[in-house]
Each structure stands twice: as structure tokens, then as C-alpha cells.
Design a protein around this ligand. Structure first.
Ligand SMILES: NC(=O)c1ccc[n+]([C@@H]2O[C@H](COP(=O)([O-])OP(=O)(O)OC[C@H]3O[C@@H](n4cnc5c(N)ncnc54)[C@H](O)[C@@H]3O)[C@@H](O)[C@H]2O)c1
Ligand SMILES: [Zn+2]
Length: 362
């Protein structure tokens, strides 16, 4: 039986297709059949699968094995990649493929963005987070000691292949981390996603389920829709909330990640941040109790955290002031009146912020 593949069209600065489904990587050879050379970046965990992909490609394939996790996103490894491309005589008509989690694809995209001022890039995300978040939106880059993602470029892929078969080996904590962003996408833009989660939470932790496949496609469509309107984060005007919408739950989430010294998965911190954002909206007179409860129920149903350390408020509040999404001194929260009804809360009263945190951690 031939696999069912869904397509999501992204039209930001250039148009490209995201293909989602079991077996999507079988399309890769056709996307590079006019190239003489292809650089395929992958993490060590995926070496066997990267070698198999390379064998299916007609061109000369340069396999570049990335250091694990965030260590792929360093100036040192970036320079190693440039040297390898120079050694192989890479030209403007060759292509770079990022085959891995978000760390690998962020780095690979930046290699493509910078080599000869930009060559064709194809993203083949292999974690749920990389599929529903990193693969769409054109953000590429590396970390510095001074902070994450400080150096980078917008460079949109020519195509994205999200092959759900690859998720079979992903640790369940990584799966959950991706689910947090999918739940976020549901609340900010897509009621149906929330209904899929509610119908059968256990199916969301099963990479072979049809429910997960549908939800991944919908989630990528949400991200595509948001970034198509505002790729470069020109951001919100008046009541219009742009790409900043994707920051739902991230104001507190980023502060928690930092407090945990990035040992928590991003999605876990976002889950707590999303639960906080729902409470904050209600406490500011927007959403109702049922909306808050729906957040807690859906996040909890897939094993994501919805509370945090009661004694951490002062530290988190100080970190939130440093968040890059704040403008000047005022804290900005993306909040919701209801599903898909966002607004920006600028400088909410400190008493409400604190009381909401106490409620979250009670
Ligand atoms: N560009 C964007 O818009 C964007 C959005 C969200 C996150 N990100 C970035 O993504 C990164 C996090 O991505 P991530 O959560 O995918 O982490 P990751 O890339 O570090 O992957 C997590 C671990 O899983 C391994 N792995 C990958 N695929 C696997 C598979 N199929 N089976 C088994 N193991 C596998 C990886 O090698 C790694 O060790 C961060 O650097 C973050 O900044 C970027
Ligand atoms: Zn996120």
C-alpha cells in the first residue's frame, strides 16, 4: 500500500510545500535530482538512516555527522561544515539537507543560508518538535556562549519532508515536548487540534496513529499560516497579532527553561507557561474558568507539567524582564480570550502576575 501523504503549502517570501506522512522521505531523491552534490547533515543517532537516504540519492552525497543536541549549533561546527563544502567543491546549484531534530536543522539551514550567500535547503525533521515548529518559518542559526540563537538568518527551505516513520525511535519525553507546541497551536488557532487531543490522548503518544498524523499536519498548517503573514516578525500592529502569536506560553516558559539551565525540554517549560497564560487571561477578566480547565486537562492528559516550583516567582519575574520579546521595560504576554482569539497584554499589573503564579503553583 502506498503511503498517504498530506501537503501543506507555505507562502511567505517564497512558496514551498511541506509533505507530511509515513514514508515522506521517499520524496527526497526527486527534490535533488538536478544537483551534482548534496550535503546531508545528521546527528549520530541517525547515521544508519542517513546512509540509507544517501544511497537513494543520485548525486555525490557528503554526509556530515553533527555533534549531539545543541552542540551542533556552534560556530565551530558551522566552520567545519563550510570547510567540508569547500573541500567537496560545492557550487550554487548544489543542495544542503538537514536530517535531524531542531538543533540539526537549525544548523543545516544556516549552512545553506551562508554558503555562497545561499543555496537550496531541504529540511527533513526527525523529531516532533522539529516537524511542528522548527521546520516551518525560515529561522536558522547557531548559539553563542552569551545565549541561544543569537546568530542566524531567515532562510526558507525549498521543501520540508516530515516523515512520521522517523518518530518511532524518538524518546517519549521528546515526543511530549513536541506535543506541547501542538497544543499551543491548537489554542492559538485551531479548535480541531484540541478535539483530536481530547478524543484520545494516548493516540498522541503513538507515532503510528492516524490521530497524530492528522494533528501534525494541522499543526504545521497553523505555523505556516502564522509565518506566511509575518515571516520576519514585523510583529503585532494594533489588535493584529503577528508571528508573536507563536509566543503563547513562552514568556514564562523561557524563564523556566533558563532557571532549569536548559535541562528541561523546551516543550515542558512551554506547557507550564501555557497553563500560566490561560490563568492570567482569566485573572485579567478575559477567558473563563472552563477555558483554564481545558488547558490544564489537555496538557495533563499527555503527561505535560502544568505547575512549577512555588518559591521561584522572584527569580522567574526577573528573568522575564530580560526576555527578548519584551519591548523596553514592559512585559508583553500573548493571551487568549478564547480559542483562536488572541490579544496582547502589555505590562499587566504586578499584583495580578504574582497572584496568578501563586494560583498556578498552589
Ligand atoms: N527554527 C525554529 O523556528 C525553531 C523552532 C523551535 C525549536 N528550534 C530549535 O530546535 C532545537 C530543539 O530541537 P529538538 O527538540 O528536535 O532537539 P534536538 O535536535 O537536540 O534533538 C533531540 C535529540 O534527539 C535525537 N534525535 C533526533 N531525531 C531522532 C529520532 N528520530 N530518533 C531518535 N533520536 C532522535 C537528536 O540527535 C538529539 O540527540 C533547539 O535548538 C531550538 O532552538 C528552532
Ligand atoms: Zn517553542
Amino acid at each position: 500500500m502506498s503511503p498517504t501523504l498530506d501537503t501543506v503549502r507555505v507562502s511567505a517570501e517564497r512558496a514551498y510545500d511541506v509533505t507530511v506522512g509515513h514514508g515522506a522521505t521517499t520524496l527526497l531523491p526527486g527534490l535533488v535530482d538536478d544537483c551534482a552534490r548534496v550535503a546531508l547533515l545528521h546527528p549520530v543517532e541517525l547515521t544508519d538512516r542517513a546512509e540509507a537516504l544517501a544511497r537513494a540519492i543520485d548525486a555525490e552525497v557528503l554526509l556530515l555527522c553533527a555533534p549531539p543536541g545543541e552542540r551542533a549549533k556552534t560556530a565551530g561546527f558551522l566552520a567545519d561544515c563550510w570547510d567540508a563544502l569547500a573541500g567537496a567543491g560545492f557550487t550554487r546549484s548544489d543542495a544542503v539537507v538537514g536530517f535531524g531534530g531542531g538543533a540539526t536543522t537549525d544548523l543545516a539551514g544556516f549552512v545553506a543560508a551562508t554558503w555562497l550567500r545561499g543555496v537550496r535547503y531541504i529540511s527533513v525533521p526527525t523529531t516532533l518538535l522539529a516537524m511542528v515548529d522548527a521546520a516551518v518559518g525560515g529561522k536558522t542559526g547557531i548559539n553563542l556562549d552569551a545565549g541561544k540563537n543569537l546568530v542566524g538568518a531567515f532562510w526558507e527551505p525549498a521543501a520540508v519532508l516530515a516523515d512520521l516513520d522517523l518518530l518511532a525511535t524518538l524518546p517519549v519525553d521528546d515526543l511530549r515536548g513536541g506535543l506541547a507546541e501542538m497544543i499551543k497551536h491548537g489554542f492559538i488557532a485551531d479548535e480541531r487540534t484540541l478535539e483530536i487531543f481530547e478524543a484520545d490522548p494516548s493516540a498522541m503518544l503513538d507515532p503510528s496513529s492516524d490521530a497524530l498524523a492528522e494533528a501534525v499536519t494541522r499543526s504545521m498548517r497553523v505555523k505556516a499560516g502564522v509565518v506566511s503573514g509575518d515571516l520576519r516578525e514585523a510583529t503585532s500592529h494594533g489588535t493584529q497579532v503577528g508571528r508573536e502569536l507563536l509566543n503563547y506560553g513562552h514568556t514564562l516558559g523561557h524563564a523556566i527553561e533558563r532557571r532549569e539551565r536548559f535541562t528541561w525540554r523546551h516543550g515542558y517549560a512551554v506547557a507550564v507557561g501555557v497553563a500560566y497564560a490561560a490563568l492570567l487571561a482569566r485573572n485579567l477578566g478575559h477567558a473563563d474558568d472552563a477555558f483554564v480547565e481545558r488547558h490544564r486537562r489537555i496538557l495533563g492528559s499527555v503527561g505535560l507539567p502544568i505547575t512549577y516550583d512555588a518559591g521561584a516567582y522572584e527569580e522567574l519575574r526577573a528573568t522575564m524582564s530580560l526576555d527578548k520579546k519584551t519591548r523596553g521595560d514592559a512585559l508583553r504576554f500573548v493571551l487568549l480570550d478564547a480559542v483562536a482569539a488572541p490579544f496582547i497584554a502589555e505590562a499587566p499589573p504586578e499584583t495580578v502576575l504574582r497572584a496568578t503564579y501563586e494560583e498556578l503553583t498552589r
